[in-house]
Design a protein around this ligand. Structure first.
Ligand SMILES: NC(=O)c1ccc[n+]([C@@H]2O[C@H](COP(=O)([O-])OP(=O)(O)OC[C@H]3O[C@@H](n4cnc5c(N)ncnc54)[C@H](O)[C@@H]3O)[C@@H](O)[C@H]2O)c1
Length: 351
């Protein structure tokens, strides 16, 4: 039995994880011996308003017993975003040492890219997820005076940089063998040369991977101009975050893109989520695009070793989109339920 902890969270987060669970259940039912058990946790902004915290004090201990975590979205206008983020998602990423944030982006059939003529797009961004620029280290002094100062440290450890770069090389080796590292060593003169140095050191362990470093600004431009020239991109927490938004945008819509927060060694559970937020503007309307959550579910199955079942989920999703059954953000008229029904039906038809 595979135990999956589910945090639907806020707004459309609830709607899309329920869609994703239906698809995952249907897919698991087709693999002999695979049984998924979902336990839902009602944590998020509503919970915060009632209890003064985003999850219970022993929330992390509870999640530690799961094989994987499936998350919708967290954040709502009644709670400041830094409170919701630092109260739930970031503690999970850090406590469970989910140091890889994997963000695949592909041009799926039936989805139109905003680029007029994208040459192709099948890129995985590997983002460092536990250190770097998103540290909580620093402070502000001389508040509310003209001399006010804000300092925030970037933290790059050899262990942290080595493991994310090594993971990215392995990912590239298992794909088309191309890896680009996002640097900015021309302007950021201490941490980025350190990142580059380790990138070059590790590249000697992977002679079959064609590896290069590119300044993050030029890389962002090249992703737009020639997305087909990339395979795997690795970046620090900040650069990986920004560049994966670019690849997600090129892929057509925010509602499609998934993200995996991985503890590759499996010591702790990994977390799978769509990259979009709680979309207060459409929450409750039943029109949220479930594709990102379904694709995230496919990544979860893959991570848990059910590669074929994960791949079948992604094929059924792509066939659904190609057939024109899609939500309004993609130019269609299907509801969340109709699109989910179609994915489930295709899984059954393909079986
Ligand atoms: N990982 C997370 O949990 C996560 C990620 C991003 C934002 N958030 C939070 O979500 C809240 C809203 O953030 P936001 O408005 O900046 O971003 P958002 O992703 O929620 O919405 C941006 C726009 O995209 C649309 N959209 C997003 N997902 C969609 C989907 N699946 N189908 C159709 N349309 C979709 C929305 O309707 C909206 O117009 C904030 O509180 C924010 O902090 C959480």
């Amino acid at each position: 039995m595979v135990e999956i902890g589910v945090i639907g969270g806020d707004g459309i987060g609830q709607e899309v994880v329920h869609a994703g669970m239906r698809v995952l259940e249907a897919a698991a039912g087709q693999e002999p011996g695979l049984e998924l058990s979902f336990t839902e946790f009602p944590w998020g902004c509503e919970y915060y308003l009632e209890h003064g915290r985003m999850m219970p004090e022993d929330g992390l201990d509870t999640l530690a017993g799961c094989d994987a975590i499936y998350l919708g979205a967290v954040g709502w206008p009644t709670v400041p975003d830094h409170v919701s983020l630092w109260g739930l998602l970031l503690p999970i990423r850090r406590a469970f040492d989910q140091y890889v944030n994997l963000r695949p982006a592909r041009l799926l059939q039936g989805v139109k890219s905003p680029l007029a003529a994208p040459d192709d797009l099948d890129i995985t961004v590997v983002r460092e997820n536990t250190e770097g620029e998103y540290s909580d280290s620093g402070g502000r002094v001389y508040r509310d005076t003209p001399h006010e100062i804000a300092v925030q440290e970037s933290i790059f450890t050899r262990r942290g940089v080595e493991r994310i770069i090594r993971y990215a090389f392995e990912e590239a080796e298992s794909r088309r063998g191309l890896l680009v590292g996002a640097t900015k060593s021309n302007g950021i003169s201490i941490t980025m040369p350190f990142f580059d140095e380790i990138f070059r050191e590790i590249s000697s362990e992977f002679p079959d991977v064609e590896a290069s470093l590119m300044h993050a600004d030029a890389l962002a431009a090249r992703l737009v101009l020639a997305p087909g020239s990339f395979d795997v991109v690795v970046g620090s927490n900040l650069f990986g975050d920004l560049l994966s938004e670019v690849t997600a945008a090129i892929a057509g819509a925010i509602g499609i893109a998934p993200s995996a927060n991985l503890n590759p060694e499996g010591v702790y559970p990994s977390l799978f989520e769509p990259i979009h937020g709680s979309a207060p503007d459409i929450a409750g309307d039943g029109v949220a695009n479930p594709a990102g959550a379904i694709w995230a579910g496919s990544l979860m199955l893959d991570h848990l070793g059910h590669h074929d079942t994960g791949a079948r989920v992604l094929s059924a999703l792509e066939e659904t989109l190609a057939s024109g059954t899609k939500t309004s953000d993609l130019g269609g008229s299907a509801s969340t339920d109709e699109m989910t029904d179609s994915v489930v039906r295709r899984l059954e038809d393909n079986h």
